[in-house]
Every structure is written in C-alpha cells, then in structure tokens.
Design a protein around this ligand. Structure first.
Ligand code: GLY
Length: 500
C-alpha cells in the first residue's frame, strides 16, 4: 500500500497528500506517494510550479457517484492503493458503500452509510453516547421542533440549572446548526431563526409528518478541544496531535455580527494539550465509542473527530471531559497544522486499513508548533458582497509572490481557487481562497508563546506586505483577501492564565 489518495476539494486534501508523500518517518522505511482525487483546478498548477510530488485523479463532477467511479477505476488500475474521503457529505452519501460494492472495502477509510449517523444525526449519536457511557452535556432532550411549548420549557429548565441551553438542528449543517441561548429574552428569537433556517430541510426529510427532531442540550463551558483519532479495522486507535480551531470569523465571542464559520485558522498543538488530557480522551471517549461501534456493527477503519469541552484544574490538568459532537472526518483547517507535525501520515492510513495501529504510533514533531491562517474573501465586489462567510465575489485574479514564500518557509495551500490556463493566472473562487502554513521549532530555553508570536508575525507580515493578494476589480492596488489577526496568540494567553 503505497499510493495514498485523499478525496475532496479543500486545502486539507492537498496538504495531506503532500505530507503523506514527503514527511519521513524516523522508524519505518515505508515510503508513500500522495494523490488527490478531484481537488480544485488550482491544485495541479500549484503542484507543478512548486514541484510538489502529488498526483491527481480527476472526477467528472462533484457528485458522490463521480468520486466513487474515479476511485474504483484508480484502485483497479493501481494508480492509487488506498483512499481517505475527506468531506462528510461523501460519507453520508455512501462513498464507502459504493467502493465496497466494487470489492474494494479494504482500500477505503471511513464509515459506511449505516455508521455515518455518528456525525449526520446528532440525536442518534447522543443515544449512542448514552449507551456507551460517553460523557456529554449534563442534560439533554430530544424534542419535536414544531412543539414550541416543549422547546420553551426545556430551555427555561436548562437556563435555570446550567445558565443556558443549546438548540441543535441534528443533521448536517456545516457547523451552523447549533444556536446558544443564554437568557430567557433570546429563546423565541433564536428558536424562530433556527426554524426559519431549517424548515425547508425538515420538510424535505419528513414532509408534513410530525416529529421534527431537535436536540436541546444544557450549556457546557470549559475549553473547547477536538481530538483527531485514527481507528483501525480491528478497533485499535491512535490519537493524533490536537489543534485549536478558530471558528468565529473575528476575534471575540460569536454573535450575529461575528458568526461561526467553517474555521478561519488553526494552531497545533492546542495550548491546553497535555498527556493526561490525551489519556482521558482515549479512556472516556475513544475506547467506549469504538466498543459501541463494534456492538452496532458499524466499526470500520475511520477517522473520528470528537469536539469536546474540557474542564481543568489550576495546574492545567484535565478534570472532566464532555463530548459536544462527534465528526467522522478530518477537520478543516485543523487537519493542516496537525498533518504538518506528523512524520508518518501514510503509515497511519495504511495501519488503519490493515488493522495494525496497535503497532504504529503517530510520530509527532513534538518540538514544533504549527500555525495555519485562512485567507478568506473579504467584503466588496460588484454586488456589495459582505465577504466570507456571507456572500463572496469570485473570479478575481491572484497575485502570489512564490519566491518570497519559499524564502520565508511559508506554505501556501490553495483552496477555493481556480486556474485560468488561457491567461496563465490563478483566480479566486470565493470563501476560503487559500491557507498560509508555517511551523517553528521551540528550542531548549525558548518559551512556546514567544515562538508562537514569531510565527504569527511572520504570516501576518506576508499578508500585510501584499505577498498574496486577490486583486479587487475596482482597486488594482488593493487586496480582497482578509484574515483573522489574533490567530496564534493563545499560547501566550494560556501561559498568562496558568502562570507558566
Ligand atoms: N473546522 C471545523 C470542522 O472541520 O469541523
């Protein structure tokens, strides 16, 4: 198993293929090749210019069936030996089942349609956690979304006992289906907005029948940390390094004007990662979840990605962990800094498929920190677009100073970006256009927060000096791209809190 493919169109897909192909293990002599199934039109051109050893398998379109037939063809011809589907939609729509039907089940990582409810149906996942004894919100209720009286009574109860409630549309919602209510005044408005946003989806799923499931959880607080866990076909598991995700578009708490996005940056390791925390996540979440998956008959080689709230003591040691949701894929952009700290991504994928993860531990660059900054489409455009994550203008030309980025050791990963071969230029395709990645080593005697600050300044300087720009139609000297400026400051914050 040599040619490892990652299927999808976003930055993590290309980056994982590149890491699988280039990072070298200190303990294993296995070498791997990295392949992207589909990708975006900018990716092959980037790879060509930067001499990245990544191959591409095209698909006729973005449909799951098109991915499946391209993957099956490539596996049969030996162009790839294994595949990791990245977007959850592919898993929900049964990509694993389609590849398995072609007799290639042992070559594809991920849960099949039957198991995909773990991410795709938050109510069913809660019942699974309950059965497995996995800690979740202290209280939760599964109500009929159309019965406002039940929603109101549950929210009031949870506000009284836990200071807040979270309404969760339980199906796939791209991270936008959870709405927090902190006081009684907000209940009606938050409820109405959620119903407005998901009424059509509920109708599509259930028609006019009653019983639209809505999950209500009591409010949890603590530090949010997600764990990327590789699981092999026999149920052995390995927890990869953690990353801190920056989901809010701007600095500060989420609000109407500071929405939760797909993620505008990530930092690895998470500032609160400790060995004790990794052990706790393994014992309280991964192990019981895998047992439950076995009991349900849905265990497969896969990625599980539980998002958790962690409570800490005054020394930063974990005292409690609660699962907020469980995803079944790698995070974007969290997978990027995680993968950049790994030396044996290819071996881990191979181990998951072959059932040998008990013998393959993640080889982590423990002395390094990795920062990933998303460059998103900012405001403006012909229709006065508000920018990511609202409306975005597309089709504007990029100007990238490749030699500068090479000199500075900054990796630019294209995401929502196309390539215009006739004009020989890259063009923005809206949303998260590209990611800037860099690692730095924390040398003996150095403080992690100082290294984090240098890394952040390096990436900000590249941006502020216009080394990568989306040229606005109305302002050839400007830059349509935007980023969040506090990314990477959390090592310093953690050091202040815990006085390290
Ligand atoms: N960045 C959030 C996610 O991938 O789920």
């Amino acid at each position: 198993m040599k040619r490892i493919a990652f299927a999808g169109t976003d930055g993590r897909t290309l980056l994982c293929a590149l890491v699988a192909a280039t990072a070298t293990s200190a303990h294993h002599s296995d070498t791997f090749e990295g392949v992207v199934v589909r990708g975006t039109p900018a990716m092959p051109e980037f790879s060509k210019r930067l001499r990245w050893p990544v191959a591409f398998v095209p698909t006729p379109d973005n449909a799951t069936k098109a991915y499946a037939s391209a993957i099956i063809g490539a596996l049969k011809q030996g162009a790839i030996d294994a595949v990791v589907p990245m977007p959850e939609a592919l898993l929900f729509e049964g990509i694993v089942d389609l590849v398995a039907e072609a007799g290639l089940s042992d070559r594809v990582m991920g849960l099949d349609r039957k198991g995909a409810f773990i991410e795709g149906d938050k109510v069913r996942c809660k019942y699974l956690c309950k059965k497995a004894g996995i800690p979740v919100a202290d209280r939760w209720k599964d109500v009929d979304a159309r019965q406002y009286g039940d929603v109101l009574a549950t929210c009031l109860d949870f506000i009284d006992t836990h200071g807040g409630a979270v309404l969760k549309y339980p199906y796939s919602a791209g991270g936008k289906g959870a709405r927090i209510i902190l006081n009684t005044w907000d209940i009606r408005e938050v409820y109405d907005t959620l119903m407005h946003d998901y009424k059509a989806e509920y109708r599509r799923r259930f028609g006019k029948r009653g019983g639209w499931p809505l999950l209500i959880e009591s409010r949890m607080s603590g530090v949010e940390i997600s764990f990327t866990i590789f699981v092999d076909r026999l149920g052995h598991y390995r927890i990869l390094p953690t990353a801190m995700d920056y989901p809010e578009r701007f600095e500060g708490p989420a609000s109407k004007t500071n929405p939760i996005t797909g993620g505008v940056g990530a930092l690895s390791p998470h500032p609160m990662e400790t060995e004790a925390l990794m052990e706790m996540a393994g014992e309280r979440i991964a192990a019981p979840l895998i047992e439950a998956m076995k009991a349900e008959g849905i265990l497969r080689p896969c990625v599980i990605y539980p998002g958790c709230f962690v409570s800490l003591d005054a020394f930063g040691a974990p005292t409690h962990i609660r699962v907020c949701e469980i995803n079944i894929r790698l995070g974007e952009p969290e997978a990027q800094p995680i993968a950049r700290r790994l030396r044996n991504l290819g071996s881990l994928v191979k181990g998951a498929l072959q059932g040998t993860l008990d013998r393959i531990s993640p080889e982590v660059r423990e002395d390094q920190v990795a920062l990933c900054m998303a460059l998103v489409t900012g405001p403006g455009g012909p229709d006065g677009q508000r920018g990511y994550p609202w409306s975005c203008t597309k089709g504007e030309v990029l100007d990238i100073d490749f030699p500068y980025f090479k000199r500075k050791g900054i990796q630019v990963i294209p995401s929502a970006m196309t390539y215009d071969a006739a004009e020989g230029v890259f063009k923005s395709d809206g949303t998260r256009v590209a990611f800037l990645n860099a690692n730095a080593t924390v040398k003996p005697g150095e403080k992690r927060e100082e290294v984090g600050r240098r890394l952040r300044n390096k990436l900000l300087a590249a941006f502020d000096n216009g080394k990568i720009r989306v040229i606005p139609r109305e302002d050839p000297g400007g830059n349509r791209l935007d980023l969040r400026r506090d990314l990477g400051t959390h090592y310093a914050k953690a050091a202040e809190i815990f006085q390290t």
